[in-house]
Design a protein around this ligand. Structure first.
Ligand code: AMP
Length: 115
């Protein structure tokens, strides 16, 4: 499969401001934000969908959760943020390189999954 837009950002082919970077992942602002804070946390390893993750990816998936907390703290939203993973086109996934949406800054109401 051709490199996704996120792979191109990770390998520097497409410039993007990185809000956070470590050995395993980067965080960038979503180009089409759905909330005042809408950040994408993207593993450097290409995994097309969450359902494609394998047992060997367990540490990476845990790392992403910890990194999401770090990014939320860095952005000052650690008290109220939401993580979303769209898995598959039917769930709204448009970029087939696993990523977590970190959403914050809007009021979350119970039962409303996207804030
Ligand atoms: P998803 O629909 O879960 O696959 O999410 C893909 C997200 O990537 C969407 O929210 C897009 O707005 C976002 N996106 C697409 N291209 C870029 C880009 N070049 N830089 C930042 N965000 C992007």
């Amino acid at each position: 499969m051709a490199d996704s837009i996120f792979a191109k950002i990770i390998n520097g082919e497409i410039p993007a401001e990185k809000l956070y970077e470590d050995e395993h992942c980067i965080a960038i602002n979503d180009i089409n934000p759905q909330a005042p804070v809408h950040v994408l946390l993207i593993p450097k390893k290409v995994i097309e969908t969450l359902a494609d993750a394998e047992p060997d990816d367990q540490a990476l998936l845990g790392h992403l959760m910890l990194a999401a907390g770090n990014v939320a703290r860095q952005l000052g939203v650690a008290d109220a943020f939401r993580l979303i993973v769209n898995n598959g086109a039917g769930a709204g996934q448009t970029v087939f390189h696993l990523h977590l949406h970190i959403i914050a800054g809007s009021s979350f109401t119970e039962g409303n999954m996207v804030g």
